[in-house]
Design a protein around this ligand. Structure first.
Ligand SMILES: [Zn+2]
Length: 194
């Protein structure tokens, strides 16, 4: 059994593939498993925890694993390929900073909706590049029209978050500074995350 020595209760560990692309967030338990199986190739960032294991019968030494906040490894998990970011409203609203992309005002999640720029009834697809956050009023006003037909202007172009942006959006409240600094180096120029 592992015993936690130094605790950083709410932090997750950022897992990269060997090429340095962010893949996913891991709990410290999941990361410990990768360390124990010798799958962690290199690490970045600060020490998150020190996990002590049992005493080895061979050496009489207590095993110890130092978990870093960012780890790169091979392994079976998703084949090391970054996930295709799934489209959902919560992440969409964060991408658009909780602003209506038509009137520019800020709204709580419950007062926003997902607007298909080219309406789905007109063949518009349900993909990142065709959706923006819109307040209910603007969405209602736009109805089944394109922005041009409705005389409305988009304040920013929609984009599909890359893996770094997606992981930042998914876990926005719990990211450590060292992890965010790393992710930021891979943000695209469209990204409005701070
Ligand atoms: Zn609006």
């Amino acid at each position: 059994m592992f015993h936690i020595e130094k605790s950083d209760e709410h932090s997750h560990i950022l897992r990269l593939n060997l090429a340095g692309s962010p893949v996913e967030w891991l709990t410290w338990q999941e990361a410990t498993t990768l360390y124990a199986r010798d799958l962690v190739t290199w690490t970045l960032g600060d020490t998150l925890r020190t996990v002590r294991g049992g005493i080895s019968r061979m050496s009489g030494q207590r095993s110890m694993i130092v978990l870093h906040s960012i780890i790169a490894c091979e392994g079976e998990l998703q084949g090391g390929r970054p996930k295709k970011p799934a489209l959902n409203n919560r992440i969409l609203f964060r991408r658009d900073q909780n602003l209506c992309m038509y009137c520019g005002k800020e709204f709580a999640d419950r007062d926003l909706s997902c607007d298909h720029i080219v309406p789905t009834s007109r063949g518009g697809r349900n993909v990142w590049g065709n959706v923006v956050a819109a307040c209910k009023r603007c969405n209602h006003y736009k109805q089944n029209k394109t922005p041009q037909e409705a005389g409305m202007e988009l304040l920013a172009l929609p984009y599909e978050p890359n893996p770094a942006e997606y992981l930042a959006l998914v876990n926005s409240k719990r990211i450590r500074v060292d992890q965010m600094d790393f992710l930021k180096t891979q943000f695209s120029k469209n990204c409005r995350l701070q």
